[in-house]
Design a binder for this molecule. Sequence first.
Ligand code: SAH
Ligand code: SF4
Length: 325
Amino acid sequence: MAGLGHDEYRGEQIFKWIWQKNVQDFSRMTNISKQLREYLNSTHTIKGLESQRIQQEDINAQKYLFRLEQGDYIESVFIREGKRRTICVSSQVGCPLGCKFCATGLLDFKRNLFAHEIADQVRAISEAVGEKCTNVVFMGMGEPLLNTGEVIKALLIMSSPLGLCVGRRHTTVSTVGLIEGMEFFLKSPVKVKLAISINFADEEMRKDFMPVTRSNPLREILQLARVYSKGKEMITFEYVMIKGINDRIRDAMNLIRLLKGIPSKINLIPYNEHPRLPYEAPTEKNLRAFYERLLNSRHTVVIRKSRGQKILAGCGQLSGSMTEQ
Ligand code: SAH
Ligand code: SF4
């Protein structure tokens, strides 16, 4: 608005209408002069995301498919649990990193999302369910730290009291551990919780399943995690357990060795199966044994069973356009 020669606070007013009050029509922005509203109507349009399809596992887990302007598709997930209303957002169309076990990695990478497309997933879903979102996790499609500029802008929109008002402490960015992106976040004044998808404690195995490890070695990832955990925030490590691959006690012990000296919380995610991938969920027995081995090493450990598996809305099951075929 300042750029158009108007008072800056007009920008704030419009921002609030769009993000907080869900108004996408300048004519309804009643605290703005009629003349300005008419001018804006004739020169600008506001276009929010519209969901193409909503799939529901039960009332507490829903998957949204959004079609973007250029015809790409993304998915986002809504989860209601106790007082929490969590929205899992996508940060890219597809993902270029191609982790072998992840359905998003099967897709061609199309592009990074813009900040408004990321934040709008939260606005559109909150509006659809009629409830305020309390938590945001960047665990949908894509690697957020390959898109740090837009992710940071989206975080500012989401946390702004004029916007969606989701506290930064209630926002988690999940990454495979990109050194450059983590360094950028460490220096950035925008503080959010960081989760690192560690998944394999063995470097060679990680290179095989997560090729990004070749240019981002475990040693360097953990060195940065150490620096990160010196701040107030405890770092989270995600470990996707896959049957017969990384679910043995030996793997648990390797993980303990790897994370030694880093105050951390470990999220164990039993593998979510996908029709196009050959991997399987661990047995309940192996999951328990792994969990207990970690607990005995005094780590904070949580088993995170993904919600929405039946509608392929669990971690690593999102595949946007693929579901259209
Ligand atoms: N690219 C980021 C964020 C999106 S993936 C990242 O990888 O961290 C979100 C989480 O889903 C990651 O922890 C990833 O390891 C996990 N994941 C991927 N495929 C999975 C699957 N099939 N079952 C369970 N978790 C999976
Ligand atoms: Fe991309 Fe994350 Fe899936 Fe790997 S696990 S392919 S980084 S979305």
